[in-house]
Design a protein. Structure first.
Lengths: 350, 422
């Protein structure tokens, strides 16, 4: 078996094992409510981190607007659910439709942004995605969509101009966002999505297209000289990256009954947080992204006992983790430690 | 090397999961023991030997079980870090005062209260985490959450668990969509309408300008009803200017629009942080209309580096004024100032009333700590419409079965750097 395939199997295998462990803990009632509540957010952020890692690690382009794609996915998914709620009774089917809507919307917005920006050289994608994330949040905050006996009503100024009938139902109510979204997300759905996302990105990275993407990342001129269509491959990788983030958004939207676009959940702070997951887990390592996303989602909740010092300790731990992972001295120290450990085990084996 | 590291991290994750599993186990253990403890207690009043037998049965767990079974566990959720921290902190402090008072006076139905407050940073997802964390602690009644958007998410969770929830200050109508949730504060539509009525009835102004935060649920909710009611009351709304969370540092455009339209009252239905900026900039432009705020404006005197003289003459509609003459308010303010070194804002008073409302509902329903969360929840939800509370934020407060409160609104004006009743 090739080393790469083995590595991928280890990742997917350990996810499956962790899934089983969690399911057993939940079924036997050995898992706290806090942990159970965190399962879906962990999956959400892992997904978005996988998406961003494809963009940062393989495409070599910095995106600081992945929360924006997540936001598009979340709102498109929740909107789809609200519209279909009356016609489709089955929750799973409803969620699958929402997923399609969310992924499609996020991919489309990724594509539209990519078309002009990915033709440019330099860090323009970072700037444009940052702007996109902020714009989308503001657009959603002024968007009013309602349905009543006379049909659909849209407005982008205020609710009063819509002259709604008595029986109107709000779908998106400006800053109030979408309320009463049925809670269809679950841990199982999250894990399935992660495995599918991993399957997609692993296959992409190891395919002909993936090699083309990496060739562009490593040397654009050389790649161009052998006839690789730069814009096409860049656009493909970026669109897939946005689509995966959109799937994360759909998962997020169906986990809480209220969905609003605030700076806390879809602002650039969240985009940076996702970037932190990617950098901390190791650029180009999907498994690392998942581990980092899970640990950093858990950490602030585990530190609740420290009350007032919680956020302070959280940042300190973040700095320490970053140093442990990336400081040159620390890498040398870790290698020495690993070498000693290996020597010991070989001695014992002899 | 990479592999070794990932193994270590996975192991760490597994350990943390297992550790949480243990926590859960303990929690389950204590609830079991709680039932046992309650059994032991009921026998205490009866035959002594039966009590001994129960104790022997419970074994080692009996000690902790009895301790857990003898107290009501009330949880609180709100932002104590981040943008809205002032509100969460006020609620936490005031609720603690109320809990200490009740415990000193013998508790509820003879049982003491345990109170625990968790941070949610004004974010729906974090709020649900805080709720789950409190559930693990054994919370039976929730006093929270402080802010609206998180409250809608948490209200859905409490409805699923059948837990009784009383929010001191989350004011949207979505919050009380479920039967188990009640409010201490006015709903947003109510605040907007009451403000317009107050301005019209007291003849404060004829030309009114509104500046509001269109990306905030609370602010846009109030703005909507204020404008509708203002027109009904014969006021002229000459300017209706919006800003968003991303553009809340510069209000000169909105203020200029209000000034050039000749508004003699500017209605500011948003939080105090932005309001302090508005007041500063209005002063810089030499524009001096009446500024009228709602309960989110409360706390403006506590903003750091803010020249409180700028807030002179600002009016706000709030059910609580720290310098009111009545005995209850004065006792509360004295206690709060002694314990935390600052003047309590309206949110603090709301929280104080919330704890007493829970106490009254518990006494009316006759609940005991050994009841299950959902039994207690439905008993309290039934009791709520039947109680009348004389609290800090209103005399004779009563509740509809929908969860809405009815009490008289009150306006205060800032005079000499203090909130003064009008």
């Amino acid at each position: 078996m090739k080393k790469k395939t083995k590595d991928q199997l280890i990742t997917i295998g350990s996810i499956a094992v962790l899934y089983l462990i969690v399911q057993i803990l939940v079924k036997t009632g050995n898992m706290s409510s806090l942990m159970q509540g965190l399962l879906v957010p962990m999956c959400t952020y892992s997904l978005v981190a996988i998406g961003l890692n494809l963009c940062v690690g393989y495409l070599g382009e910095l995106s600081i607007g992945h929360a924006g794609f997540m936001c598009v996915g979340a709102f498109a998914g929740a909107f789809c659910t609200k519209v279909l709620q009356g016609t489709i009774e089955n929750g799973t089917l409803l969620f699958v439709f929402a997923l399609f809507a969310g992924i499609l919307a996020a991919a489309l917005s990724g594509f539209l942004i990519g078309v002009p920006v990915l033709r440019l050289r330099g860090d323009y994608l970072a700037i444009v995605t940052l702007a996109f994330g902020e714009i989308i949040k503001n657009i959603i905050n002024v968007l009013y969509v309602a349905k009543d006996g006379n049909g659909w009503h849209f407005a982008i100024s205020d609710a009063k101009s819509m002259s709604l009938a008595e029986d109107s139902v709000w779908l998106i109510n400006g800053a109030k966002g979408i309320t009463k979204v049925p809670r269809l997300s679950g841990f199982t759905a999250g894990i399935i999505l992660i495995v599918i996302a991993l399957f997609v990105v692993y296959n992409l990275v190891n395919s002909r297209s993936g090699r083309a993407v990496m060739a562009i990342r490593d040397n654009r001129i050389a790649a161009e000289s052998v006839g690789i269509n730069i814009t096409k491959y860049k656009l493909m990788a970026f669109t897939i990256s946005a689509a995966i983030a959109g799937a994360g958004g759909v998962l997020y939207a169906h986990n809480l009954s209220t969905l609003t676009a605030t700076p806390a959940n879809f602002g650039y702070n969240m985009s940076i947080m996702i970037l932190v997951f990617v950098v901390l887990g190791g650029i180009g390592s999907f498994r690392g992204s998942i581990i980092a996303a899970v640990l950093l989602t858990l950490l602030p909740e585990m530190l609740r006992g420290l009350s007032d010092y919680r956020m302070l300790i959280y940042s300190i731990v973040l700095i320490l983790m970053m140093l442990f992972n990336w400081a040159p001295k620390c890498i040398v120290w870790r290698q020495r430690l690993a070498a000693r450990f290996q020597k010991k085990t070989t001695k014992e084996a002899v | 090397m990479k592999k070794a590291l990932s193994v270590v991290l996975t192991a760490a994750m597994a350990v943390s999961l297992a550790a949480c599993g243990n926590d859960g186990g303990n929690a389950a253990g204590t609830t079991d023991a709680a039932a046992g403890g309650a059994a032991a207690e009921s026998t205490e009043s009866g035959a002594a030997d039966a009590g001994n037998a129960a104790e022997a049965d419970n074994g080692a767990d009996a000690g902790s079980g009895a301790a857990a079974g003898e107290a009501f566990k009330i949880g609180g959720i709100g932002p104590i870090t981040g943008d809205a921290a002032l509100y969460g902190t006020a609620v936490m402090n005031a609720a603690q005062i109320a809990v200490d008072e009740i415990n000193a006076a013998g508790g509820i139905n003879g049982y003491p209260i345990e109170f625990k407050f968790e941070d949610d940073q004004h974010d729906a997802e974090k709020s649900v985490n805080a709720y789950n964390s409190l559930k693990d602690w054994g919370m039976q009644v929730l006093m929270g959450t402080v802010t609206t958007t998180p409250c809608v998410a948490v209200a859905d969770m409490t409805a699923a668990d059948g837990m009784f929830q009383l929010t001191p200050s989350a004011s949207s109508t979505d919050v009380i969509a479920n039967d188990n949730v009640f409010q201490i504060c006015f709903t947003d539509p109510n605040q907007g309408a009451k403000s317009a009525q107050y301005i019209a009835e007291n003849g404060l102004a004829e030309k009114v300008a509104v500046i509001y935060n269109s990306s905030d649920v609370y602010s846009s909710g109030i703005e909507e009803t204020f404008i509708a009611e203002a027109e009904a009351q014969g006021l002229t709304v000459v300017a209706d200017e919006a800003f968003t969370n991303d553009s809340k540092t510069d209000f000169s455009t909105q203020l200029q629009a209000a000034q050039s339209a000749g508004a003699d009252l500017v209605f500011l239905p948003f939080y105090y942080t932005e309001a302090s900026t508005v007041l500063k900039q209005a002063d810089g432009m030499g524009y001096d209309p009446i500024f009228f705020g709602v309960d989110g404006m409360d706390g403006i005197l506590g903003v750091e580096n803010f020249d409180t003289s700028l807030a002179e003459g600002v009016m706000l509609l709030t059910p609580f004024a720290a310098d009111a003459d009545d005995e209850a308010t004065q006792a509360f303010v004295a206690k709060y100032e002694a314990a935390y070194g600052s003047t309590p804002i309206q949110f603090a008073a709301d929280a104080y009333d919330a704890i007493y409302a829970i106490k009254l509902a518990m006494e009316t329903a006759g609940v005991t700590p050994d009841m299950s969360v959902s039994d207690m929840g439905s008993a309290l939800s039934e009791a709520m419409p039947n109680i009348t509370l004389d609290g800090l934020t209103g005399e004779g407060m009563s509740w509809e079965a929908t969860g809405e409160v009815s009490k008289a609104p009150m306006a205060v004006v800032i005079k000499d750097g203090a909130y003064t009743a009008m």
